[in-house]
Design a protein around this ligand. Sequence first.
Ligand code: HAM
Length: 415
Amino acid sequence: MIQKPKGTKDILPNETYKWEYVEENTKEILKNYGFGEIRVPVFEQTELFERGVGDTTDVVQKEMYTFLDKGERSITLRPEGTAGVVRAYIENGMASMPSPIKMWYMMPMYRYENVQKGRYREFRQIGAEILGTNSYEADVELIVMADQIIKKFHVPEVSLNLNSIGCPTCRKQYTEVLKGFIGNNLAQYCSTCQTRFEKNPMRILDCKEKKCKELNQGAPIILDYLCEECKTHFENVKKALEQLDINYVIDPNIVRGLDYYTKTVFEFVSEKEGYTVLAGGRYDGLVEELGGQKTGAIGFAMGEDRLIDIFEKYNTSSTITARTPDLYIASMGEIASKKAQILALELRKSGIYVETDICERSMKANLKYADKIKSKYVCVIGEDEINTGKAKLKNMATGEEQETELKTDAIIEIL
Ligand code: HAM
């Protein structure tokens, strides 16, 4: 039997209701903050991610699904959404539209990862991006919206961790200090970290190798080296979050795995599972890096697979369930079967969820099936019912039966 590729999953019809629930509720919040949906290609030119995400990141160095197409172009399945959205922003001249531009997306992403709990090779993100503002107030609005989304699903023990990783100005001095720290033990770091030392030493702080993590203990933190502008920006963000009663924890170890970040970065972490559910930050240099004008921007992406995992395990709100039929119509004989089909059609047109036999089952098998699919009501139509034009609707939860005319309106009144 051919099996699905490692790190992917099938989401079956009896599970999709959870995904729909998360997507619909998230979409509603995004719309209330003025975000419009953007859809970009599943694959892009590889160069977009090399330049956008950064060629010294794990994502680009180790995790991309890259191939040559039949025209010998290097193509990559998107590992994340921001680079594609920014490309679309530049390519479609969106800078000339009323600013800021607020966009959301719901898209599958592809990363060749070590598969483990909460880490897949195909996973879904719901993301939000604001382009065209440098103001700290955009950071605040976006973080508040992320907080509202997370809270909507009533999952306990998800903490908001916050940091600032400064701008190219403050990073200059910090990089020198960091190189001094790492340089003492450089030979003991993994080979990837050694190649990153000259090009991008901050990336070494994001290495997942155990040995490198140990060596990084006690490394200088960028918060101590922020320039005046970055410091003020960060102070303003923190103050505004406090005024809005948004709890956060400062985590100076957040460096993020993608190169485009500047200033504010944040992660919503599930303490129970030990992984990040939603993460993002400001990326003021990315539009320019990809060929546009200098543009302030900030965004986040939520890992939908992870959110659903913790929602299923821990949510404290009323449990959601898959929709079950309002009515199952079982029939005996050809005339009754026709009547069942006509009634089912009329009721469905009125928005009622109706099931009827399409497997030529016996009456006994029909009733067993109606029970299995948890139909709320069952109606049996045979010769008598056709002759009298009346039938009984049985409430499957209480066992109570009610007589009704075999007419759409009369049935709807009971359901
Ligand atoms: P990221 O931190 O790489 O950021 O991913 C965001 C979220 O996607 C993670 O916090 C996690 O919940 C989920 N995620 C990432 N990798 C996996 C995986 N292998 N399996 C399951 N879930 C995963 C970004 O992608 C940025 N583009 C976010 C952003 C938008 N920053 C600014 N704008």
